[in-house]
Design a protein around this ligand. Structure first.
Ligand SMILES: *[C@@H]1O[C@H](CO)[C@@H](O)[C@H](O)[C@H]1NC(C)=O
Ligand SMILES: *[C@@H]1O[C@H](CO)[C@@H](O)[C@H](O)[C@H]1NC(C)=O
Ligand SMILES: *[C@@H]1O[C@H](CO)[C@@H](O)[C@H](O)[C@H]1NC(C)=O
Ligand SMILES: *[C@@H]1O[C@H](CO)[C@@H](O)[C@H](O)[C@H]1NC(C)=O
Length: 350
């Protein structure tokens, strides 16, 4: 079922906690949001951003799709699915060989309901200002509101007991930050294609892995506001998302689904890879062993950092998938990943 849900993002100022290693500027004692306009950019704005403060509030439409197993869900949990940058909710229900690649199909067959949403700025959700509004914090607020709405029965009328947050790439950064800021919003956390190792991220972005969408393809993306960015070529898509053991048949369907992300997301997402000491539910981190952007070419034991970042979690599972790049789901190891996740969430599903 498709929904277009208006969400007011940023109703609350996010209480910030200083995080070791982040700059603390002259405004570091500020407790209420700065009144920020595009013309009032300053170092204070930059520091506020690093503290994940909300500087602009607004109401945005968020497009979401729920899929309930035939004959009804066999669990009181629903999976809330957050896609990666330049993807949309379509990534969870891949059209090519769905029996091999569709997360939604796999989870529905395992008895789990799913709700995939388009991040603000992507797919059929609103596309507001790409620098100042479409930032990672907006996605964290979206996830928190969806978690509350699903549990309260405000979507489809079903009161879900538990929300399992599943995020890929920037979607995983959102889950990480959700667990830091709102430790009870997710009853389980599944992080795909995420690490706390950032050495390669900005070089990758600067190496033309992104350019302005409306310049790349004016016919397709000319309607997008400025600073919406995307991948300029199939080669950059392959380089950054695929490695080793995959069927080349996935490339074109994936490329046809390409959407845009924003400069605001690019500048903000690394500030959301924060420790989540108050998160007490379970967490599963899955990383392709050859995730070029998040590890360099070899992830080694970088996935084990999940134990340090979630010190109070009830259970951790950290896995790397061999011969696999950033989007694990597009690799031959994707089926193993889906089966690992199903086993993990069943174990904690009560
Ligand atoms: C922000 O703007 C509101 C409304 O114009 C005003 O009441 C408030 O004092 C301002 N806050 C700051 C920190 O300047
Ligand atoms: C949300 O969608 C409705 C229906 O298409 C539209 O009328 C409204 O202007 C949209 N709101 C925003 C904030 O984009
Ligand atoms: C799934 O992938 C395998 C290996 O590439 C292939 O042989 C099989 O036909 C695929 N299954 C479906 C249903 O497309
Ligand atoms: C957006 O809506 C259009 C028209 O209904 C649909 O064809 C398209 O698949 C939707 N895209 C996403 C990402 O949901």
């Amino acid at each position: 079922m498709l929904h277009l849900i208006p969400l007011f993002v940023g109703l609350l100022a996010v209480p910030w906690t200083p995080v070791a290693g982040l700059p603390s500027g002259p405004s570091s004692k500020r407790t209420s949001p700065i009144n920020f306009t595009v013309d009032s950019y300053s170092h204070e704005v930059f520091y506020a951003l690093t503290r994940r403060e909300i500087l602009i509030t607004g109401t945005y439409n968020v497009s979401a799709r729920t899929c309930i197993p035939k004959g009804g869900a066999k669990s009181d949990s629903i999976q809330l699915l957050a896609h990666g940058a330049t993807y949309t909710k379509h990534m969870w229900d891949f059209a090519y060989q769905p029996a091999n690649y569709s997360w939604v199909k796999h989870m529905n067959e395992a008895g789990y309901a799913t709700m995939a949403f388009d991040l603000i700025g992507a797919g059929n959700s609103s596309r507001p200002d790409a620098m100042h509004e479409v930032q990672t914090q907006a996605h964290v607020e979206t996830a928190r509101q969806f978690s509350q709405a699903l549990k309260a029965g405000h979507i489809d009328g079903h009161r879900w007991k538990r929300v399992i947050f599943v995020g890929f790439s920037i979607g995983a950064s959102v889950g990480n930050s959700l667990a830091t800021q709102y430790p009870t919003a997710a009853d389980q956390l599944i992080l795909l294609g995420h690490s706390w190792y950032h050495d390669y991220i900005y070089p990758a972005l600067l190496m033309m892995l992104r350019a302005e969408a409306r310049e790349i393809d004016p016919k397709r993306w000319g309607f997008m506001p400025k600073l919406y960015t995307t991948m300029p070529s199939l080669a950059t898509r392959q380089f950054s998302h695929l490695f080793g053991n995959f069927d080349h048949g996935v490339e074109l369907p994936d490329w046809r689904d390409l959407d845009a992300d924003t400069v605001g997301e690019a500048v903000s997402f690394t500030f959301h890879g924060t420790p989540a000491p108050k998160y007490k539910n379970s967490v599963f981190l899955a990383l392709g062993n050859n995730d070029v952007t998040f590890c360099g070419i070899d992830c080694g034991d970088k996935h084990l950092e999940v134990y340090n970042k979630f010190p109070a979690a009830a259970d951790h599972l950290a896995r790397t998938y061999p011969n696999t790049g950033h989007n694990i789901l597009l690799h031959r190891t994707g089926k193993q990943l889906m089966s690992d996740v199903t086993g993990f969430i069943r174990k904690h599903d009560s």
